[in-house]
Design a protein around this ligand. Sequence first.
Ligand code: SF4
Length: 269
Amino acid sequence: MKKEWFGGRLTLLFAMLCAFALVAPVLAQSDSSSISGTVTDSSGAVLPSAKITIHNNATGADRSLTSNQGGDFILSHRDDASLDKLQTCRDPEKAVEIAKYDDAGNYRSLKTAPNLRHGWRLELATVEKLRRALDYFYPGRLAVFEAWKSGYLATMPLRETLDRQSGMYRVAAKISDPQINDLVADFCRSDGGCLRTILWKRDRNGEIASTKLPGEKFDLAKDQMIASSPPGSASPATAAVTFTVPLLCQEACNLLVAECRRIVKGEGN
Ligand code: SF4
């Protein structure tokens, strides 16, 4: 079975799976591959151990995988892809709870921060359940990616986002350009800050969000997890994942706006 990327329902699904595998959860197979999926025959019956090849039109690369015995989609943290003893659940709503706290029990206010907790496994029987789970992990990111693919995604310069603020956040617009340069480099960085790929500019003139971030931070083709890792530090499970769909940042989030206000007000962390 050979499918084209984005060419049909099945391949679109795999494209999404690969994307999220690269960001935090991994779509794991027991053979240490990083993606898996449900394969059915024309009557809808599950085809266990079916071989599938995905073809990437952009790179010409093929990737093969085999469905598991139950035909489920399997999500786990990418670091846990090869682990067997994980807390397993079949309910996509469980993703809400998993995404809420990091390994140390701290609340995750930014769902695209690289601090998703470990130790869990979701086995999801349908595409709809998979989509729901992914949307709980990364709210809105599937829809934004679909909009980008269709050419309809609008981006908003940071200065315009700040100018739209009212009330206690109105003062955030007074932040200087050098302060933005430093703040974005620290707050949005992929190694410890946020795994989204930045699409917005600093202002209407098209100035880059921060000259202190590496070019990979603005490159949709780059896996932010791997791009932010020091050379040689990627685990085999991480390094093995090659297909990615980025988590896009089309407009500065309210957390960054709050940070701009904090800087202007001269308040501490
Ligand atoms: S502005 Fe975008 S890249 Fe920066 S922290 Fe917020 S969501 Fe992440």
